[in-house]
Design a protein around this ligand. Structure first.
Ligand code: PNS
Length: 161
């Protein structure tokens, strides 16, 4: 059984994330979306909200589930029995950060592979931050995020006024 972890902040999960996840789920037997609990970073959504949104989006993909994790990614992978980490690459600008993470993880867990999937062209500009920015100012985020995430973003920013 080949298990992969797709880790990230997912604050919130976008259509770009979904694209990578669907493709990863075709390659691996099981994919666990690992939502990082950031001790310092201020996120818009709680880890539970982020996991719930992903669970809703992926309810029809049988070999995917979402959970949150604390601490080192390599420890989470070990506990889950994962052989690989999935990361999406959008543009050259992602490369340095991804190389750094890859190198640290490789040093900590030499047997763990990182598998990079290139973003589909239509999502190469998309990030959670961009989706939040557009939502904050009332723009149409339907092309950017799944419908339940759109509803949550609209609700949160309406509440904040
Ligand atoms: O969506 P992001 O914020 O780019 O994801 C980054 C993430 C969660 C994959 C990365 O920060 C991570 O793995 N954090 C866990 C702590 C860790 O293992 N750090 C060492 C490797 S950088």
């Amino acid at each position: 059984m080949r298990i992969a972890i797709y880790p990230g902040s997912f604050d919130p999960f976008t259509n770009g994330h979904l694209d990578i996840l669907v493709r990863a789920a075709r390659i691996f037997d099981h994919v666990i979306v690992g939502v990082l609990v950031h001790p310092a970073k201020k996120c818009l959504f709680t880890p539970e909200q982020r996991v719930d949104m992903i669970t809703e989006v992926t309810r029809e993909i049988e070999n995917v589930r979402a959970i949150h994790f604390n601490g080192l990614l390599v420890d989470f992978c070990r506990t889950a029995g994962a052989c690989a980490v999935i990361r999406g690459l959008r543009a050259v600008s992602d490369y340095e950060y991804e190389l750094q993470m890859f190198s640290v993880n490789k040093q900590l867990a030499p047997d763990l592979e990182t598998v990079f999937l290139m973003s589909s062209t239509q999502y190469s500009f998309l990030s959670s931050s961009i989706a939040k920015e557009v939502a904050r100012y009332g723009g149409d985020i339907r092309p950017l995020v799944p419908p339940n995430v759109e509803a949550e973003l609209v609700r949160v920013f309406r509440q904040r006024g």
